[in-house]
Design a protein around this ligand. Sequence first.
Ligand code: NCD
Length: 308
Amino acid sequence: MAPRHLMSPLDFTTGEIGNLLDLAGDIEKNRQKYSHTCDGLKIATLFYEPSTRTRLSFEAAMMNLGGKCLGFHSSDSSSATKGESVADTIRIVSCYADICAMRHPKEGAPLVASMYSSIPVINAGDGGHQHPTQTLTDMLTIRSLKGRLDRLKIGLCGDLKFGRTVHSLIASLSRYDGISFTLISPEELRVPSYVRDSLTAKNIPFEEVVKLDESTMAGLDILYMTRVQKERFFNEADYVRMKDFYILDRDKMSSAPKDMFVLHPLPRVNEISVEVDSDPRAAYFRQVQYGVYARMALILTLLGIEVK
Ligand code: NCD
């Protein structure tokens, strides 16, 4: 049977996402029940671009399920330096592992890999394009904090142009009723036009603003902060000009809604001041823990392992 891959958050129906998040919720409550579900199985983490959370959380997820991990954490330590194609690499890795998570600076590289793979391939971030497992993490976090994924006003702030987590989250939440977006970014870092066009085509209310202030935050359920994606800038001067455009500090939080949670895919640079970390609305470190449960649920789902 052809393996099932995850390239975009839209590869799952909303029903399947609901099941996956329910499974993640059960994993959170009954960790022990799942601790041998992947005994004897291996995940390969093929990371052609740096990562801390995503790679380690995949590896932690597989180990929590009783499985093992192999892989590389930079293209320098793989045969990519010798000129091997992604297509060839995945053919090889298909002989070594049962499932694979791939991060690549080139958009579409994991999709190419999936076409040559005999094991499930998970897109762990491709260039400035998509990051579906961060989206599963974000959705699990939002559902846990707010109890729902519909009727939400979501603010996204920072680098909305290159931030792949933003693109995936907007696409995913756009499928639920009563969602509206406030897109907060400098003029140069607005969402790509394909994202804006998809919102317009689906009649989803959104506004684009530059300032992060009391009036922008009014009524928000979630404020999703992002870092300016230094590695995707063409020149250093533009990055330096943009990097501290937003700083969410205690003062700003004092004018934010009392029930507005702050999320961030991390790593954080300066866009959230450390003084915000102790605010009960700061949910970005809890989000990291949800990332492990979401990836555990994803591995089980793609491997077709049912746990009674
Ligand atoms: C994000 C990514 O890689 O896109 N990080 C992550 O996976 N948690 C966000 C970022 O790097 O800014």
